[in-house]
Design a protein around this ligand. Sequence first.
Ligand code: HEC
Length: 154
Amino acid sequence: MEGKQLIALLLKIRQLTIGVLLMVVVLFSAVIYYQFDPSLSILNEKKSEPVLTLATDNDLIEDGIHVRTGLKDGEGLMLVVQNCTACHSAMMITQNRATKEGWKSMIKWMQQTQNLWDLGANEEIIINYLAASYPPQKKGRRAPLTEIDWYELK
Ligand code: HEC
């Protein structure tokens, strides 16, 4: 009886020892892994960063044209992109021609009827850009439209 109890006890101790050793090994491995990969990237789904940011620059300018909107490059361009392409396409602008006064009154009309916000100190820069880039044309009629980028109204 004594012998059997002793054997049972030894078996229990062996089991416990193995269990503890296994835990130590697992913990140790985890600690070592952590040294090499503190951000635990293996647990992260999205591992790769997009690398195309430079190639697909959102505000690329080619041949003096802001590619994304079709607006001409010039001082104040980005203010116009930010303030004037939220509600409608930039074609509203590129298909229009006006003097400073003309652009100012279009802006005023949008502010009074279309909820265009107050442009504050940016207004002057925007109007200068518009009048310089899209001044009135001398011809009586505008040139026929080319390369029209139709889109569906929703
Ligand atoms: C809050 C929305 C909104 C913003 C922002 C906005 N517009 Fe407009 N705009 C409109 C609406 C609505 C129309 C009328 C669209 C239509 O007729 O289909 C319009 C029309 C126009 C037209 C045509 C006017 C005409 O008489 O034919 C021009 C040009 C124009 N916008 C330029 C601008 C410029 C420049 C800015 C930036 C300062 C700007 N828009 C910002 C809403 C906006």
